[in-house]
Ligand binder design. Structure first.
Ligand code: FES
Ligand code: FES
Length: 165
């Protein structure tokens, strides 16, 4: 009979909040976010690194949370889709996704949003090909991608305008 490893106590920084938690060291970040912290915006897809549904940001970089142990993320900044909106206001990417019809079933949307956010953080004026490359690891079974790419371009344009206002 196998015995589960003892739980470790750790503090995770998620969406700007310090959260004390206890988890087994073999638990993935996806499992801890969804099952322990009830942050179910991060989606559970293939669990093999193929679909991108589980994408979150760790220290500003996109990470597949299904392939990342939670213990690797201690003392790092984790951002999930729940952390994107400001006080009562959608993130420009979220607003653009709504306006462009870039979300249909929405299962891929959290991962798409976070991959796009990481892109716009490093490149405020991406070309279409750069948006497509940044989202290449995020699969969508509904939209055909055209509206998603349009939404990211629209959000980028608005964020540039806001920065220069
Ligand atoms: S669930 Fe992580 S890549 Fe598919
Ligand atoms: S909107 Fe359904 S998978 Fe992308």
């Amino acid at each position: 009979m196998s015995v589960a490893p003892p739980k470790m106590l750790a503090t995770l920084r998620v969406n700007g909040a310090e959260i004390a938690c206890a988890f087994n060291p073999n638990r993935t970040l996806l499992e801890v976010l969804r099952e322990d912290l009830a942050l179910t915006g991060t989606k559970h897809g293939c669990e093999m690194g193929h679909c991108g549904a589980c994408t979150v940001l760790v220290d500003g970089e996109t990470v597949l949370s299904c392939l990342t142990l939670a213990v690797e993320c201690v003392d790092r900044e984790i951002v999930t889709v729940e952390g994107m909106a400001g006080a009562g206001e959608l993130h420009p990417l979220q607003r653009a996704f709504v306006e462009c019809g870039a979300a249909q079933c929405g299962y891929c949307t959290p991962g798409m949003l976070l991959s796009a956010a990481a892109l716009l953080e490093s490149n405020g004026a991406p070309r279409k090909s750069e948006i497509e490359a940044a989202l290449a690891g995020n699969l969508c079974r509904c939209t055909g991608y055209v509206k998603i790419v349009e939404a990211v371009a629209l959000a980028a344009e608005r964020m540039r305008e806001a920065a220069h206002a």
